[in-house]
Design a protein around this ligand. Structure first.
Ligand code: OAD
Length: 253
């Protein structure tokens, strides 16, 4: 864990003076809730091959591999969904930022639904979530409650037709939801880009955010450096909950 660091006063001033903020979040916002991220040391991709007996780490979210062997994804899903996960201080900070009318768009790459659980009203889940699912054979749509029984036991949920019900989590090799793709193509006007807790390695969300970064004021808060730090007006390397606390005290009070 990195040491808490005081935020740059100019970063706080920018945050305070900006409305219509585009917020983009990644796995780093949920690690203090107990969900490991993907690419940090000890993250999912460093343990997945051994833990789920995979040929390569990303296979757990690869649609071609899922068609051959869906079991590892459902094992992971049960672990994720059974864990008593609660939103973090940073999720709550974003709820208050939204309530103050300062968020124009909130895009998350996370499938954990913690933004919604915290109380954020308008969230675009660009990598989907478990809220709904679809039968891979007949295409029938399902709500979470329809397939949560087997899901929570780590078992494969099946449709009456015999097909596998796949939660609407976006795998590598699948299209992203229309709610995100329309943003991607429209690039709506926003006044500030605030990127929180992502390595910015996965497309197309990375290029969506980075297209804004040199054109408008931008802030990146992440524990570790990313290859794109130089594009941002302000970069803070630190813990997101600490960032949230300082931002609360200085921006929302
Ligand atoms: P990554 O694991 O790639 O990056 C998470 C970033 O969060 C890392 O750079 C960490 O330094 C940072 N981080 C972790 N904990 C933090 C904390 N407490 N405070 C501040 N920073 C922290 O995760 P994502 O960028 O979200 O896609 O990964 C993007 C996508 O890759 C995921 O949505 C997932 C994955 O494959 C799919 O599953 C489709």
């Amino acid at each position: 864990m990195s040491q808490n660091k005081t935020l740059n006063p100019d970063l706080l001033k920018l945050l305070k003076e900006s409305g219509n903020i585009l917020v983009v979040t990644g796995a780093g916002i949920s690690t203090s809730a107990g969900i490991i991220d993907f690419r940090s040391p000890g993250g999912l991709y460093s343990v997945a091959v051994e833990r789920y007996n995979l040929p390569y780490p990303e296979a757990i979210f690869d649609i071609a591999y899922f068609h051959k062997n869906p079991a590892p994804f459902f094992r992971l899903s049960a672990e994720l969904l059974l864990a008593d996960i609660k939103p973090t201080p940073c999720h709550h900070f974003l709820v208050d930022l939204e309530a103050k009318g300062k968020i124009g768009i909130l895009v998350t790459q996370n499938i954990d639904m913690l933004h919604e659980k915290a109380g954020s009203k308008h969230v675009i889940e660009c990598h989907g979530s478990y809220r709904t699912g679809r039968c891979l054979s007949c295409g029938k749509r399902f709500e979470y409650k329809d397939f949560s029984g087997p899901l929570l036991k780590g078992e494969i949920p099946y449709c009456k037709c015999g097909g596998i019900i796949k939660p609407d989590v976006v795998f590598f090799g699948e299209s992203l939801p229309e709610s995100f793709m329309s943003l991607f193509y429209r690039r709506p006007k926003v006044d500030l880009l605030l990127v929180l807790g992502t390595s910015l390695t996965v497309q197309p969300v990375s290029s969506f955010a980075l297209d804004y970064a040199p054109r408008i004021p931008s802030i990146l808060v992440n524990r570790d450096p990313t290859p794109y730090d130089g594009r941002f007006s302000y970069v803070h390397h630190g813990e997101l909950d600490d960032f949230a606390q300082q931002a609360w005290d200085n921006v929302l009070r």
